[in-house]
Write a protein that binds this ligand. Structure first.
Ligand code: DX5
Ligand code: ZN
Length: 221
Protein backbone atom coordinates (compact mmCIF):
# COMPACT_ATOMS: atom_id res chain seq x y z
CA UNK A 1 0.00 0.00 0.00
CA UNK A 2 1.06 3.58 -0.63
CA UNK A 3 2.57 5.48 2.26
CA UNK A 4 -0.59 7.26 3.46
CA UNK A 5 -0.47 9.48 6.52
CA UNK A 6 -3.45 10.43 8.68
CA UNK A 7 -2.98 13.87 10.24
CA UNK A 8 -5.67 14.79 12.79
CA UNK A 9 -6.18 18.54 13.05
CA UNK A 10 -6.15 19.46 16.72
CA UNK A 11 -8.32 22.46 15.89
CA UNK A 12 -11.27 20.19 16.69
CA UNK A 13 -9.71 18.68 19.82
CA UNK A 14 -10.65 19.68 23.37
CA UNK A 15 -8.13 22.43 24.15
CA UNK A 16 -8.74 22.06 27.88
CA UNK A 17 -7.04 18.66 27.76
CA UNK A 18 -4.91 19.04 24.65
CA UNK A 19 -1.93 16.88 25.69
CA UNK A 20 -4.20 13.95 26.48
CA UNK A 21 -6.18 14.48 23.29
CA UNK A 22 -2.98 14.26 21.24
CA UNK A 23 -1.80 11.20 23.21
CA UNK A 24 -5.13 9.54 22.55
CA UNK A 25 -5.30 10.29 18.85
CA UNK A 26 -1.73 9.01 18.36
CA UNK A 27 -2.55 5.85 20.34
CA UNK A 28 -5.57 5.48 18.08
CA UNK A 29 -3.24 5.23 15.08
CA UNK A 30 -2.70 8.78 13.80
CA UNK A 31 0.62 9.36 12.05
CA UNK A 32 1.29 13.07 12.45
CA UNK A 33 -0.27 15.99 14.33
CA UNK A 34 -1.75 18.80 12.23
CA UNK A 35 -1.35 22.08 14.14
CA UNK A 36 -3.47 24.98 12.81
CA UNK A 37 -2.09 28.43 13.55
CA UNK A 38 -4.48 31.33 12.90
CA UNK A 39 -3.78 35.00 13.54
CA UNK A 40 -7.12 36.82 13.06
CA UNK A 41 -5.43 38.68 10.21
CA UNK A 42 -4.71 36.26 7.39
CA UNK A 43 -7.79 34.27 8.47
CA UNK A 44 -10.75 35.39 10.59
CA UNK A 45 -9.96 33.19 13.60
CA UNK A 46 -7.39 33.04 16.37
CA UNK A 47 -5.85 29.81 17.65
CA UNK A 48 -2.53 28.61 19.02
CA UNK A 49 1.13 29.48 18.63
CA UNK A 50 4.63 28.17 19.33
CA UNK A 51 4.14 28.02 23.11
CA UNK A 52 1.47 25.37 22.67
CA UNK A 53 3.66 23.46 20.21
CA UNK A 54 6.48 23.46 22.77
CA UNK A 55 4.05 22.41 25.50
CA UNK A 56 3.11 19.35 23.43
CA UNK A 57 6.80 18.47 23.01
CA UNK A 58 7.40 18.96 26.75
CA UNK A 59 4.40 16.73 27.38
CA UNK A 60 6.26 13.99 25.51
CA UNK A 61 4.75 14.05 22.02
CA UNK A 62 7.38 12.65 19.64
CA UNK A 63 5.29 12.32 16.46
CA UNK A 64 5.86 14.80 13.66
CA UNK A 65 4.04 18.10 14.21
CA UNK A 66 2.76 19.65 10.99
CA UNK A 67 2.46 23.38 11.68
CA UNK A 68 0.03 24.94 9.20
CA UNK A 69 0.64 28.68 9.43
CA UNK A 70 -2.35 30.80 8.51
CA UNK A 71 -0.51 33.95 9.55
CA UNK A 72 0.85 37.02 7.85
CA UNK A 73 3.66 37.95 7.90
CA UNK A 74 5.19 34.46 7.97
CA UNK A 75 8.93 34.89 8.44
CA UNK A 76 9.13 36.02 12.02
CA UNK A 77 7.19 32.93 13.16
CA UNK A 78 9.50 30.42 11.47
CA UNK A 79 12.30 30.22 14.05
CA UNK A 80 9.81 30.28 16.90
CA UNK A 81 8.06 27.20 15.52
CA UNK A 82 11.33 25.45 14.71
CA UNK A 83 12.52 26.02 18.30
CA UNK A 84 9.14 24.89 19.60
CA UNK A 85 9.61 21.53 17.89
CA UNK A 86 7.60 21.77 14.67
CA UNK A 87 8.60 19.15 12.09
CA UNK A 88 6.85 20.64 9.05
CA UNK A 89 6.17 24.35 8.65
CA UNK A 90 3.77 25.21 5.85
CA UNK A 91 2.50 28.64 4.82
CA UNK A 92 0.29 30.29 2.21
CA UNK A 93 2.30 32.02 -0.56
CA UNK A 94 0.00 35.06 -0.48
CA UNK A 95 0.89 35.52 3.21
CA UNK A 96 4.60 35.97 2.48
CA UNK A 97 6.19 38.84 0.58
CA UNK A 98 9.15 36.66 -0.45
CA UNK A 99 8.06 33.06 -0.84
CA UNK A 100 11.47 31.73 -1.86
CA UNK A 101 13.09 33.32 1.19
CA UNK A 102 10.44 31.95 3.58
CA UNK A 103 10.96 28.44 2.18
CA UNK A 104 14.71 28.76 2.64
CA UNK A 105 14.28 30.04 6.20
CA UNK A 106 12.21 26.98 7.09
CA UNK A 107 14.82 24.53 5.83
CA UNK A 108 17.66 26.51 7.38
CA UNK A 109 15.81 26.25 10.68
CA UNK A 110 15.93 22.46 10.30
CA UNK A 111 12.29 21.87 9.40
CA UNK A 112 10.50 20.48 6.39
CA UNK A 113 8.89 23.18 4.30
CA UNK A 114 5.56 23.40 2.57
CA UNK A 115 3.34 25.67 0.51
CA UNK A 116 -0.41 25.80 1.06
CA UNK A 117 -2.86 26.65 -1.71
CA UNK A 118 -6.32 28.03 -0.98
CA UNK A 119 -9.23 26.67 -3.03
CA UNK A 120 -9.09 29.50 -5.58
CA UNK A 121 -5.26 29.73 -5.73
CA UNK A 122 -3.35 28.59 -8.79
CA UNK A 123 -0.44 26.18 -8.44
CA UNK A 124 1.69 28.35 -10.73
CA UNK A 125 3.66 29.64 -7.75
CA UNK A 126 5.32 26.23 -7.51
CA UNK A 127 7.16 26.54 -10.80
CA UNK A 128 10.37 28.14 -9.57
CA UNK A 129 10.44 26.85 -6.00
CA UNK A 130 9.45 23.21 -6.28
CA UNK A 131 12.97 22.11 -5.27
CA UNK A 132 12.52 23.98 -2.00
CA UNK A 133 9.30 22.29 -0.83
CA UNK A 134 8.86 19.03 1.07
CA UNK A 135 5.08 19.24 1.14
CA UNK A 136 2.29 20.72 -0.97
CA UNK A 137 -0.91 21.29 0.98
CA UNK A 138 -4.13 21.85 -0.91
CA UNK A 139 -6.93 23.47 1.05
CA UNK A 140 -10.23 21.80 0.26
CA UNK A 141 -12.12 24.44 2.29
CA UNK A 142 -11.47 28.12 2.79
CA UNK A 143 -9.08 28.37 5.73
CA UNK A 144 -10.17 29.58 9.14
CA UNK A 145 -12.56 27.02 10.57
CA UNK A 146 -13.02 23.30 11.06
CA UNK A 147 -16.16 21.44 10.13
CA UNK A 148 -16.71 22.82 6.61
CA UNK A 149 -17.62 20.78 3.53
CA UNK A 150 -15.02 19.48 1.06
CA UNK A 151 -14.93 21.61 -2.13
CA UNK A 152 -15.16 19.11 -5.04
CA UNK A 153 -12.95 21.15 -7.44
CA UNK A 154 -10.05 20.16 -5.18
CA UNK A 155 -10.05 16.70 -6.75
CA UNK A 156 -9.00 18.07 -10.14
CA UNK A 157 -6.42 20.26 -8.46
CA UNK A 158 -5.01 17.27 -6.57
CA UNK A 159 -4.56 15.47 -9.87
CA UNK A 160 -2.71 18.51 -11.20
CA UNK A 161 -0.49 18.72 -8.11
CA UNK A 162 0.22 14.98 -8.31
CA UNK A 163 1.38 15.40 -11.91
CA UNK A 164 3.63 18.32 -10.92
CA UNK A 165 5.19 16.25 -8.12
CA UNK A 166 5.67 13.16 -10.26
CA UNK A 167 7.18 15.20 -13.10
CA UNK A 168 9.61 16.82 -10.67
CA UNK A 169 10.90 13.44 -9.50
CA UNK A 170 11.24 14.96 -6.02
CA UNK A 171 10.14 13.49 -2.71
CA UNK A 172 7.21 15.78 -1.88
CA UNK A 173 4.16 14.92 0.18
CA UNK A 174 0.73 15.92 -1.13
CA UNK A 175 -1.54 16.86 1.75
CA UNK A 176 -5.22 17.78 1.67
CA UNK A 177 -6.97 19.78 4.38
CA UNK A 178 -10.66 20.40 4.97
CA UNK A 179 -13.80 18.29 4.95
CA UNK A 180 -11.96 14.95 4.76
CA UNK A 181 -14.25 12.17 5.98
CA UNK A 182 -14.50 8.38 5.82
CA UNK A 183 -16.90 8.65 2.89
CA UNK A 184 -14.63 10.78 0.64
CA UNK A 185 -11.07 9.84 1.66
CA UNK A 186 -10.78 7.10 -0.96
CA UNK A 187 -11.73 9.41 -3.81
CA UNK A 188 -9.28 12.01 -2.47
CA UNK A 189 -6.49 9.42 -2.39
CA UNK A 190 -7.31 8.34 -5.93
CA UNK A 191 -6.88 11.96 -7.03
CA UNK A 192 -3.31 11.84 -5.71
CA UNK A 193 -3.23 12.88 -2.04
CA UNK A 194 -1.02 10.89 0.34
CA UNK A 195 -1.48 12.88 3.57
CA UNK A 196 -4.95 13.51 4.98
CA UNK A 197 -5.82 16.18 7.52
CA UNK A 198 -9.04 15.44 9.36
CA UNK A 199 -10.27 17.51 12.29
CA UNK A 200 -13.97 17.22 12.97
CA UNK A 201 -14.21 13.76 11.39
CA UNK A 202 -11.85 12.34 14.02
CA UNK A 203 -12.28 14.53 17.10
CA UNK A 204 -16.07 14.66 16.91
CA UNK A 205 -16.26 10.87 16.61
CA UNK A 206 -17.04 8.87 19.75
CA UNK A 207 -14.00 6.66 19.23
CA UNK A 208 -10.86 7.96 17.50
CA UNK A 209 -9.45 4.51 16.74
CA UNK A 210 -12.62 3.30 15.07
CA UNK A 211 -12.69 6.41 12.93
CA UNK A 212 -9.02 6.18 11.92
CA UNK A 213 -9.39 2.44 11.22
CA UNK A 214 -12.37 3.20 8.95
CA UNK A 215 -10.28 5.76 7.06
CA UNK A 216 -7.42 3.29 6.64
CA UNK A 217 -9.82 0.62 5.46
CA UNK A 218 -11.06 3.00 2.75
CA UNK A 219 -7.46 3.76 1.74
CA UNK A 220 -6.64 0.05 1.51
CA UNK A 221 -9.53 -0.65 -0.90
C1 DX5 B 1 -8.96 25.03 8.37
C2 DX5 B 1 -7.87 24.16 8.94
C3 DX5 B 1 -8.14 22.71 8.94
C4 DX5 B 1 -9.35 22.28 9.72
C5 DX5 B 1 -9.87 21.04 9.11
O1 DX5 B 1 -8.47 26.29 8.17
O2 DX5 B 1 -6.67 24.37 8.21
O3 DX5 B 1 -6.99 21.98 9.34
O4 DX5 B 1 -9.10 22.06 11.07
O5 DX5 B 1 -11.02 20.68 9.80
P1 DX5 B 1 -12.07 19.66 9.21
O6 DX5 B 1 -11.36 18.35 9.01
O7 DX5 B 1 -13.10 19.61 10.28
O8 DX5 B 1 -12.57 20.23 7.91
ZN1 ZN C 1 -4.91 23.04 8.55
Amino acid sequence: MKDFLIAPSILSANFATLGLEVDNVLKAGADIVHFDVMDNHYVPNLTIGPMVCKALRDHGITADIDAHLMVSPVDRMINDFAEAGASYITFHPDASTHVDRSLQLIREAGCKSGLVFNPAASLAELEYVIDKVDMILLMSVNPGFGGQSFIPATLRKLEQARRIIDDSGLDIRLEVDGGVKVDNIREIAQAGADTFVAGSAIFNAPDYKTQIDLMRAELAK
